[in-house]
Design a protein around this ligand. Structure first.
Ligand SMILES: *[C@@H]1O[C@H](CO)[C@@H](O)[C@H](O)[C@H]1NC(C)=O
Ligand SMILES: *[C@@H]1O[C@H](CO)[C@@H](O)[C@H](O)[C@H]1NC(C)=O
Ligand SMILES: *[C@@H]1O[C@H](CO)[C@@H](O)[C@H](O)[C@H]1NC(C)=O
Ligand SMILES: *[C@@H]1O[C@H](CO)[C@@H](O)[C@H](O)[C@H]1NC(C)=O
Ligand SMILES: *[C@@H]1O[C@H](CO)[C@@H](O)[C@H](O)[C@H]1NC(C)=O
Length: 252
């Protein structure tokens, strides 16, 4: 679905390392109000699953992975005086609407405000993320570079009625990116036998190098929940059959 898909993975890795990794010590010291976080999560979610988890009506969710957010591993709501101002990202709105949509609420601005308040104000201790423009641009840039939608298609993993073994999805992604992302699922609902894939988190260093996500059953974010989308229902996927749904209605 993205036009700029051509660049191959090796070039991508190369470019990623050189372009983003070369600037040393780009961060500011953390004060007590700004917990010393260690890594960033770039979080994709699958709109159909987001819809499935919601009571809201959800018409025609996009059939591609969209951005949930760019999060730090520890901190939340770091600077309550730094208010979201959509005018600062006016140049990004075309991409924001396409790749960072809020499929549940009509006012998309609220989702972006929520992400900025909760995560952006913490990530902003990095010089490279210390404005709303920089934070949202960087997330869009990571979205494009990771290019998850194209990779999944190339790996033959497509939404629909075929169930996948979680392990197969994980191995495919690991071979494509050379790091293991965290994959979160909606547990089987009553009458269902399979879990439903919902989120994929890629882990980055503060220098924006991809890194392995350390496996941990206790996932601080899913434990703490996300009231905005009701994603507290998501947890680390089990190694079982996994649904990658293409329709909301079938499952309601
Ligand atoms: C907190 O937010 C204010 C804007 O209200 C900003 O001037 C200040 O630099 C921020 N502090 C940090 C450490 O990000
Ligand atoms: C929002 O950002 C714009 C552009 O930077 C600025 O002109 C405006 O004063 C800001 N609004 C508020 C309420 O801070
Ligand atoms: C959308 O939400 C933003 C942020 O909460 C708010 O400032 C704005 O007024 C809302 N817009 C509408 C049309 O309700
Ligand atoms: C991630 O872990 C795998 C397996 O342990 C390893 O082969 C790979 O090099 C690691 N990737 C990075 C970027 O550290
Ligand atoms: C994974 O299995 C555990 C133990 O059976 C269960 O509590 C949890 O809800 C399952 N998670 C998913 C995503 O199905």
């Amino acid at each position: 679905m993205k036009p700029t898909t051509q660049c191959c993975l090796i070039f991508w890795c190369f470019c990623f390392g050189i372009c983003n990794g070369s600037a040393p010590s780009q961060f500011v010291h953390s004060s007590p109000h700004f917990p010393d976080w260690k890594k960033l999560y770039f979080v994709y979610h699958w709109p159909v699953t987001v819809c499935k988890m919601s009571e809201n009506d959800c018409n025609n969710p996009p059939m591609y992975w969209t951005i949930h957010g760019l999060w730090t591993d520890k901190a939340e709501d770091c600077n309550k005086t730094w208010h979201f101002n959509v005018t600062e990202i006016k140049d990004l709105l075309v991409d924001m609407r396409q790749y960072w949509p809020d499929v549940l609420h009509e006012n998309r601005t609220k989702f972006w405000k929520h992400e900025w308040d909760k995560h952006g104000t913490c990530a902003a201790t990095l010089e490279s993320l210390n404005s709303q423009k920089k934070y949202f641009s960087k997330a869009l840039e990571l979205y494009e570079k990771l290019d998850l939608n194209s990779y999944l298609l190339k790996l033959g993993i497509k939404p629909g009625s075929t169930y996948y073994q979680l392990e197969a999805i994980k191995e495919a992604l690991t071979s494509a990116y050379n790091v293991t992302p965290k994959i979160q699922c909606l547990p089987p609902e009553q009458g269902e036998e399979v879990q439903t894939i919902g989120q994929i988190k890629f882990c980055f260093t503060k220098e924006f190098f991809l890194r392995n996500c350390t496996e941990s059953k206790v996932d601080s974010y899913s434990a703490r929940g996300n009231a905005f989308f009701g994603t507290e229902e998501l947890s680390l996927c089990n190694d079982t059959l996994t649904n990658y749904p293409s329709h909301v209605q079938l499952y309601k």
